[in-house]
Ligand binder design. Structure first.
Ligand SMILES: [Zn+2]
Length: 331
C-alpha cells in the first residue's frame, strides 16, 4: 500500500479502530539487532528509533513478559487488552549495549532467546558468517539483495555439516578467511551480562538451541541434543531455570511435528516462531506467531503492524497464515 494511502488511513483513525478491534489479541514482537544512532546499519534498530517505538508502546499498549502471557494462557484466563511481548533472538552484545538501558528506562520486560554455544564463545552464528562474507565481497551483485536470500534458502535446507562446508568453500573462493571469533558487530553477550539483565527482573532468557541449526535438517537424535543441551548450558551459565524456546529461522518448513513433541518432553513451556500473526486465545503455545520489526522501523509501518491494520489487511487478502512476512533471512 502506498505511503500516502497509509497516511490517509492513519489520519482518519483506521489504525486506531484496528487497535480497538484487535485489543484482545497479543502481539509478540521479534527483534534481532540494535545500534547507536548514526552507525547506519540497515538491519539494526537504532537507539532513537527504539526510543520512539517504546514511547508508542507506552502510550497504546501494555508490555508484559512472555512467561506472564504463557501463565495467563495456561490458566485459561482471557488475555488483557493491548498486550505486547518483546522478544530478541540470538543474544548479540548490541542488545545489552543499546536495548537494555531503554528497557530499564521504560520498565519494560523482554525475553532474549540465546544460542548457547555462541554465548559460551565456542563459535559464532553461521548466518552471521554469511553476512560477514557478504560485507567483504567487492562485487555488489554477489551475495546482495535477492541473491543472499536465495543463498540462505539453499543453506537452510542442508545438514549443518554440509552447510558449513559450503560456507567454507565460499570463503575460500573469495580468498577471505573467516575469523575464529566474531567481529564486534556479531559478538555475543557474556554470561555476566545476561545474568545482570536477568537479575534486574526485566529480562527472561530462553533457548535458541546450541548452534542455531534449522531443526528440520537434523534427525530426531540430533535435535533432541540441541533442545536439551542448550537448556542445560543456559541454566548452568545463568543459575536459573529456563522455559521458553525459539525455533531458528522459525518458518513452518523449518521444524517437524516430532520436534515439537521433543520440546514438550524436554520441559519447555512455550515456543515462538517467525510466522506472522497475533496471539489469540486459541493459540498453540508451541507455535506462537510474531511480528518482525527489523525493516519496519518507519513509524507509519510500525504503527500499521502494531495497531493491527496489517493483520486485518492480510485477513482481507486471505494471506494470513501463508504470508512469510519476509522476516529476516537470518533469523
Ligand atoms: Zn536466530
Amino acid at each position: 500500500m502506498k505511503r500516502l494511502a497509509l497516511e490517509f488511513l492513519q489520519g482518519c483513525g483506521m489504525f486506531g479502530l484496528a487497535r480497538v478491534a484487535s485489543a484482545r489479541m497479543a502481539r509478540i514482537l521479534m527483534y534481532h539487532n540494535f545500534c547507536a544512532d548514526g552507525e547506519g546499519l540497515s538491519d539494526h534498530v537504532s537507539v532513537s528509533v527504539l526510543r520512539r517505538q517504546m514511547q508508542y508502546l507506552s502510550r497504546h499498549f501494555r508490555v508484559i513478559s512472555l512467561s506472564q502471557l504463557i501463565a495467563q494462557r495456561r490458566a485459561g484466563q482471557p488475555l488483557d487488552n493491548h498486550t505486547v511481548v518483546l522478544t530478541i533472538d540470538d543474544g548479540r552484545r548490541n542488545c545489552y549495549q543499546y536495548l537494555y538501558p531503554l528497557l530499564r528506562e521504560f520498565r519494560m520486560p523482554a525475553t532474549f532467546f540465546v544460542v548457547s554455544s555462541f554465548i559460551r564463545g565456542e563459535s559464532w552464528i553461521w548466518t552471521d558468517k554469511v553476512l560477514w562474507l557478504a560485507d567483504r565481497t567487492k562485487r555488489p551483485d554477489f551475495l546482495a539483495g535477492e541473491r543472499i536470500d536465495a543463498f540462505f534458502a539453499f543453506l537452510n535446507r542442508l545438514h549443518p555439516e554440509v552447510r558449513d562446508a559450503h560456507i567454507e568453500a565460499l570463503s575460500m573462493t573469495m580468498g577471505v578467511r573467516i575469523p575464529d571469533n566474531p567481529p564486534p558487530k556479531y559478538a555475543p553477550c557474556s554470561w555476566s551480562e545476561l545474568r545482570e539483565m536477568a537479575d534486574s527482573g526485566l529480562v527472561e532468557i530462553g533457548s535458541h538451541t546450541v548452534s542455531h541449526p534449522i531443526l528440520a535438517t537434523l534427525n530426531d537424535e540430533e535435535s533432541w541434543s540441541e533442545l536439551t543441551a542448550s537448556r542445560e548450558q543456559i541454566e548452568e551459565g545463568l543459575g536459573g531455570e529456563i522455559a521458553a524456546f525459539c525455533f531458528p529461522n522459525g518458518k513452518p518448513e523449518d521444524f517437524r511435528a516430532s520436534q515439537v513433541e521433543q520440546l514438550k518432553a524436554a520441559g519447555y513451556a512455550s515456543a515462538v516462531v517467525t510466522r506472522y500473526g497475533m496471539v489469540t486465545e486459541k493459540a498453540n503455545l508451541y507455535d506462537l506467531p510474531r511480528i518482525g520489526i527489523s525493516g519496519r522501523t518507519d513509524p507509519l509501518i510500525f504503527s500499521k503492524y502494531l495497531d493491527g491494520a496489517e493483520y486485518y489487511q492480510a485477513r482481507l487478502e486471505g494471506s494470513l497464515g501463508v504470508r512469510a512476512m519476509a522476516q529476516s533471512s537470518a533469523s
